[in-house]
Design a protein around this ligand. Structure first.
Ligand SMILES: [Zn+2]
Ligand SMILES: [Zn+2]
Length: 317
């Protein structure tokens, strides 16, 4: 079974603070020897050096939610270092809104830069962004000041578990017969009994689903995208007490994020992209206030912090 692990590389909004870098999140698939990056704020490559379990050379896909600098400006440096410092030669595909290609190519040209590995750029539209048989990534438009997308990473359905104990109890000898039964075929035993494979295979299990909101105000499209997800990673730049700031900048409050989690019926919510105004102790509101605010609406809420690692286990039914 492929493990899925999330590592937060930057959990602050706008500009880096001493405690938090700007937006970037890694989705690590260790058995596949690869990981994906969602957004790439400036300094993301430094954060990757601090997260020793992920290597730049194993990065294969980058999903950009939108083109604000705090989600984008780390990209040229990170790509430049991939081959230079870590010998990454495999291709990287970048998915993002219209404009990524023009911006990146202009930067490359101006700097006389080459990456040393193929870089593919795909312009995102709502719907399926990419699929590899095991995972499908879907995008939905969200509500921000510029074109912005939320992404869902959906694992394919898993075949049911083969009930080894039940097979043994029926006196079926372990070996090739197990393989046929597992595949749902019917098998005739040496003593003439016919065993239906389907009777020994448990129900199909849903794949895992992880959703990334990017920057957004209240967005019904995101709630639809996140229906029943195992984990929703949602921005919560502000507290509801600063709702006017959130509305002005098309950002979420902890309340908006928790309402999205509740309405989508997700299993867990992780808040990120916090305003630095709640860190310094100048405001009466702090991050604990945001957590309490969200938990009132959606109890399964946690706050992300830089370098937090969270594994997403498969749900048992
Ligand atoms: Zn942002
Ligand atoms: Zn933004």
């Amino acid at each position: 079974m492929t493990a899925v692990e999330i590592t937060f590389l930057g959990t602050g909004s706008g500009a880096p603070s001493r405690a938090r870098n700007v937006s970037a999140t890694a989705l690590h698939l260790p058995q596949r020897g690869e990981w994906w990056l969602i957004d790439c704020g400036e300094g993301t490559q430094h954060q990757i050096l601090r997260a020793s379990h992920i290597r730049l050379s194993q990065l294969t896909r980058i999903f950009l939610t939108h083109l604000h600098g705090d989600h984008l400006f780390g990209l040229p440096g990170l790509l430049a270092s991939r081959a230079l410092a870590q010998g990454g030669v495999g291709p990287v595909t970048i998915y993002g809104p219209e404009g990524v290609e023009v911006w990146l190519k202009a930067t490359l040209r101006a700097a006389g830069m080459r990456f040393g590995f193929p870089v593919n750029i795909v312009t995102v539209k709502p719907g399926v962004v990419c699929t590899d048989g095991e995972f499908t990534v879907m995008a939905a438009p969200v509500r921000h000041r510029i074109e912005a997308y939320g992404y869902a990473v959906q694992e394919a359905e898993q075949t049911g578990r083969f009930e080894v104990e039940a097979a043994a109890a029926l006196g079926i000898p372990p070996g090739p017969l197990y393989g046929q039964l597992k595949a749902g075929k019917s098998v005739t035993l040496a003593d003439g009994r016919v065993i239906e494979g389907a009777s020994l295979v448990g129900p199909t299990r849903p794949g895992r689903c992880i959703v990334f909101s990017g920057d957004t105000g209240p967005a019904p499209e995101l709630v639809l995208l996140a229906q029943g997800a195992d984990l929703l990673i949602h921005e919560a730049t502000y507290s509801e007490q600063d709702r006017s700031l959130a509305d002005r900048a098309a950002h979420a409050t902890a309340t908006i994020a928790a309402e999205a989690a509740r309405d989508a019926g997700v299993h867990a919510l992780l808040l990120t992209h916090f305003s630095a105004r709640y860190e310094g102790g100048e405001s009466e509101v702090n991050l604990e206030t945001l957590l309490t605010e969200a938990r009132t609406i959606f109890p399964e809420t946690r706050l992300a912090h830089d370098l937090l690692r969270v594994s997403v286990p498969r749900r048992e039914q």
